[in-house]
Design a protein around this ligand. Sequence first.
Ligand code: PLP
Length: 449
Amino acid sequence: TDTLPQNMHGMTSEEIVDLTRRLNYGTWRFQKSWNPVHIADAEDCYIIDGAGKRYLDFSSQLMCVNLGHKNPVVVESIAQQARELPYAMPGYATATRAELSKLLLEVLPEGINKFFFTTSGTEANEAAFKIARMYTGKSKIIARYRSYHGSTSGSIAATGDPRRWAMEPGGKGPGVVFGPEVNCYRCPMKHTYPQCGVACADYIEHMIRNESDVAAVLLEPIVGTNGVLVPPDEYFPKLRKICDENGVLMIADEVMTGWGRTGKWFAVEHWGVTPDILVTAKGITSAYVPLGLCATSEKIGDFFLDHYFAHGHTYEAHPMTLAPAVATIHEMQRLNLVDRAAELAPYVESKLRALKEKHRSIGEVRGKGLFWAVDLVKNRETKEPFNTYTDKVSGAPLLVDQIAGKMFADGVAIQAWVSHFVIAPPLIVTKEELDRGIDALDKHLSLAD
Ligand code: PLP
């Protein structure tokens, strides 16, 4: 009927789903059980399926559509760039790259002022590793367990979560060593904060001193997919000092935490710390087009004034990817979305704390801004999760997926990861929409209680 969303290819939902399943890989899953929903349209905080049903996008897809869907200014910027200059190779200067670079100086932490544009977060991390190695002349990267940095060879090798296992044996190297994650709820060192004195940061120093040749420490400021792990306030300042004292660079992977998600433009600002290299993607264009950024300090930038920068991509600084980033920054500033995320945080926190009181299956809720995890446990004393990554790999049904499936049927789309949910709606979300999403979770958590 003419009320259904149309597509320019004139296909039915059945044809779309059939062709998609048969001809494409669905990531991180058994292909046999992949049964994708046809998404035909999207608007503000909603995605819309082929039958016209609307779903509240409670995790901004992959924690990336920070502005909400189909912002007209961003959409128009893409069309305008396509008319003006769809492509020029990265060695040329373009007005769009000049404008975006100028704007980035306004929003990135002070002192970060040299930019390399990629088309994904993982490529931006690859650039960061290469820059760190070229600049320091050293080779090792210290990463942490329970981290995710991307799926290309270097980034997956530096990923401390089990997604790396598919690359093993040998997936870890070369040149990556893993240290302890910062995780006060399930401390890998069995300590309790604050009595621990943030020993997990000290351990990184121990590693630097016992490994030769360390170029950089790679950190998600707030660990994303692995559970929205917020570090204690001392952690980042302490690590900054450790890096400085030991001549090691700090790389902050802000792919998920950047762009207002945590109530600051970038999460490192919560602790007043400036990394040497800041990597980001996702929210930089609200995911309307693929763009990643590896941004460095002036000192690192200056090094390459007279050293060969042996790196680049065909699609580096692609004008079509940069124009929507300019529009995204303008829209975020106009709508004051970073402050909005900070202002809504106490509301979300109080609602989630009340949810925890009500459901014994919730072990912990934690987060910042509009970035929260609801961590499910079989038992609050032991903190044993309902499922593990091994269940996921084996294809066992995950409890969180069952709950997310029921929420989806009720019109709320949420990201579930092994044993927790990630609540990260677009930053334009209203209190009513927050209520609706949390109520849907409330309704179906009885499956876990
Ligand atoms: N780093 C972090 C912290 C991420 O969360 C992700 C993706 O989720 C990546 C890197 C990889 O980014 P991309 O999927 O754009 O390659």
